[in-house]
Design a protein around this ligand. Structure first.
Ligand SMILES: [Mg+2]
Length: 122
């Protein structure tokens, strides 16, 4: 069965691009527009195998989103990939410290994204 990826980003352009890349690899994608929407989708969708999340978003940013996801037993092991324009070491450390498995800085090469996602789902 196709693995399901939740893409959380307030940029429609990024959401569509990442969704296109992942669909091409045979993944099913679920789209969310910010952290709050991401949580809602996580709670209502039947299954999410991996999350790709932005950091800078309205309503709920990626740091809060990741922390909230990781606080819950049910989602402790869901791989989380950050995809953000924030490439400073302090942001990377914060993201990883909150429980992200991987931190990618935009713009990321599609091949790199796919390789990393497959590795984490492996
Ligand atoms: Mg953003």
């Amino acid at each position: 069965m196709a693995k399901r990826i939740l893409i959380v980003d307030d940029s429609k352009t990024v959401r569509n691009l990442v969704a296109f890349i992942m669909k091409k690899e045979g993944f099913k994608v679920i789209i969310a527009e910010d952290g709050l929407d991401g949580l809602e989708k996580l709670y209502t969708e039947e299954k999410v195998d991996l999350i790709i999340s932005d950091i800078n978003m309205p309503r709920m940013d990626g740091f809060t989103f990741i922390r909230t996801v990781r606080e819950q037993e049910a989602y402790r092991d869901v791989p989380i990939v950050v995809l953000s324009t924030e490439g400073q070491e302090k942001d990377i450390q914060k993201g990883l410290g909150l429980g992200a498995n991987l931190y990618m800085v935009k713009p990321a090469q599609p091949e790199t994204m796919v390789k990393n996602v497959k590795m984490l789902l492996g």
